[in-house]
Ligand binder design. Sequence first.
Ligand code: 5AD
Ligand code: SF4
Length: 473
Amino acid sequence: MAYVRKEIGVGDIKRQEEYCAEVFDRITANGARPLAMVDTYGCQQNEADSEKIRGYLAEMGYGFTQDEFRADLIVVNTCAVREHAEMRVLGNVGQLNHSKKAKPGQIVAVCGCMVQQPHMAEKIRRSYPVVDMVFGPHELWRLPELMLRYLEKGKRVFETTQSDGTVAEGIPQKRDGSIKAWLSIMYGCNNFCTYCIVPYVRGRERSRRPEDIVAEARELVAAGYKEITLLGQNVNSYGKDLDTDVSFADLIAMINDIPGEFLIRFMTSHPKDATEELFRTMAECEKCAHQLHLPVQSGSDRILKAMNRHYDSEKYLQKVELARSYMPDLVLTTDIIVGFPNETEEDFEETLRLCEKVRYDAMFTFIYSKRVGTPAAEMPDPYSREDKQKHFDRLLDVANRISAEKHREYEGKTVRVLVDGETGKEQYNLSSRTNGGRLVHLKGSKELLGRFINVKITGSNTWALYGEPETED
Ligand code: 5AD
Ligand code: SF4
């Protein structure tokens, strides 16, 4: 059955604020300010969710710490995309026995994509008594209610009901930085790539209303943010579930119209839905970065079909060419999975060939990880972990070589960057990003933080560029 949009009512969010006040009364009853620690795994969407969790916790009266031995509440926001992330989460959650012993009454909550999988929620219920609360991504908007229930009853809370998902506006956010901000424009995914767990744990694609997104972008610009990254699993299908006719390109243009000096970035784009309209809009909107993360996943048509990606290598290369025809300076990055079930030597070499053709500025490479409940998990997979590792290492060598070559092309040139952080190192004390998102280390005064400046590139390697700020007249 088709998904029917479900928006959480304003009254329901108001009620959560009332629950925050009740939690506040309980946890601050002894006069001291309680502390919370939020530990985030996985993608930018999770980072954005953690900012909402912190927003709610701040309303409940929590201050924040990074030290689990000082925390009265620990929230672990988990990822399910690969097994490696899950093992790390489980290992770290198991370790919380120590902090809980040292700090009786400490509350441990585990949320996010990992616990939305029934077998994982069950594993925690059975084998991790240290965990007091478990809630999936669909329940985040009612965290205050779940907290209050736990405090009132003292019984473990498990809320991970299956859902297609909702859209909730008005949840408070406590953002991590003051220069760069995440802005979720949609949630969920409808693509069901055969290896991927995301559609099962994050529900169907649903878009926020354009007026809510633009209002949030305006607030960010007014608060001094200089870079806004629009987030969605597949931003190119933005708006398809709305009753108004707004495409992702329209949304970029609307945000571009907000007065002020700031950059618009976005991720992730599914190649099948990346349109000429999008590339044209990116080229025309002066605030939109010429940066595209366009995950190809494989260069083999046979594997792309088995992955249910709805494009072949030819179509993908055409899209890349089209995008570059609009933006010759486009910075292009990708994700690639090595060792998908039954991926042969020939399939793998096609991936290498595609990478040599495209010449990505950076590639994020992953070894296939079997996810319970996905179609790929049922596919025969005769190749060993060692075979896959060998391919992975070869691909990484190619990726690193091409990145280094592309970075070398910047040497001697002057580029405009946004200075966005301090490195803690002496020689290159500041970090910054080019319009296309490449990392540039430089030496300069802290006053430059949050400013767009010109930098002369003097050196480079696979991972970064190095430069000197040009003096401004
Ligand atoms: N195994 C390995 N990598 C995966 N990804 C998604 N699911 C899996 C999996 N089961 C990768 C894809 C995606 C990125 C976010 O994670 O490349 O684009
Ligand atoms: Fe997963 Fe594919 Fe959706 Fe991306 S587009 S989240 S890889 S199912």
